[in-house]
Design a binder for this molecule. Structure first.
Ligand code: NAP
Length: 248
């Protein structure tokens, strides 16, 4: 497939989980990919090696999305390595559920800084390099519709990201840049394993609430992102696409 031929993409948080799957998919569809990581250089290097082994082009670049200077370096790496930028996937994110009584400034700041400030800084740095046909895809979450108990901070960050998606779709439309969100339901990833979600009552509850009767895999999400990144989605902007097996 080559629907993303000649396009260059940045995927934040692509060292593992959903981001790694998106980076592999975009590369398989022809894009050159900047594989961002924060702490897992080994994971990002492995994603790059897999892409190159499959005949694609990619480079691993470390940057904490909370840090403006590092984010500017991430965007510069795309231009320096591949000469242009067309696709930005804001995937980096963390989730930490907590009862409202357990709210701390740290829980709030960490999740809002990575999940909300991060995408804002990335788009601010990337937008000057994106031209007509540019595509920004924000990885939000079905929690903004389902509103699970004990997720006030996390759901708050993703609700903000949904709103930012809508605002930026209007703000960047005159320049021919599209902005959409993909909102997955529960997906099996390194992150959901580490958080103890897999095998928990929360997984069972998700399965029971999902019409298609299972939780998602990374491979369920990546092709949707590739579609939104491609010119096939040229008339699609400002959309919040639930990708949750019918859960809503
Ligand atoms: P994951 O397996 O924990 O991977 C998270 C990724 O984000 C890692 O590559 C990590 O990089 C990166 N990251 C974390 N902090 C960062 C920072 N400050 N700067 C740059 N990168 C950073 O997570 P996941 O489950 O794939 O989730 C990915 C996204 O999907 C998140 O936005 C999440 O909210 C969203 N989502 C997930 C699910 C789900 O059920 N899994 C459902 C809906 C939405 P390092 O490893 O290098 O630190």
């Amino acid at each position: 497939m080559s629907k993303l031929k000649d396009k260059v993409a940045i995927v934040t948080g692509a060292s593992k989980g959903i981001g790694a799957g998106i980076a592999r998919q975009l590369a398989a569809d022809g894009a050159k990919v900047v594989v961002n990581y924060a702490s897992s250089k080994g994971g990002a290097d492995k994603v790059v090696a897999d892409i190159e082994a499959a005949g694609g082009k990619a480079v691993a670049v470390g940057a904490d999305v909370r840090n403006k200077t590092e984010v500017e370096g991430l965007v510069k790496a795309a231009i320096d390595n591949f000469g242009r930028l067309d696709i930005v996937v804001n995937n980096s994110g963390i989730y930490q559920f907590a009862k409202i009584e357990e709210t701390t400034e740290e829980l709030y700041r960490k999740q809002f800084d990575i999940n909300v400030l991060g995408p804002l800084l990335v788009v601010a740095a990337a937008a000057p390099h994106l031209g007509k046909g540019g595509s920004i895809i924000n990885i939000s979450s079905v929690v903004t519709r389902v509103l699970p108990a004990e997720s006030a901070i996390y759901s708050g960050t993703k609700g903000a990201l949904d709103a930012i998606t809508g605002v930026l779709s209007r703000e960047l439309a005159p320049r021919g840049i599209r902005v959409n969100a993909v909102n997955p339901g529960l997906i099996e990833t390194e992150g959901t394993h580490t958080a103890g979600v897999m095998g928990s009552d929360f997984q069972t509850w998700n399965e029971s609430q999902t019409p298609l009767g299972r939780i998602g895999q990374v491979e369920d999400i990546a092709p949707i992102v590739s579609y939104l990144a491609s010119d096939d989605a040229r008339w699609v902007t400002g959309e919040i696409i639930l990708a949750a097996g019918g859960m809503r």
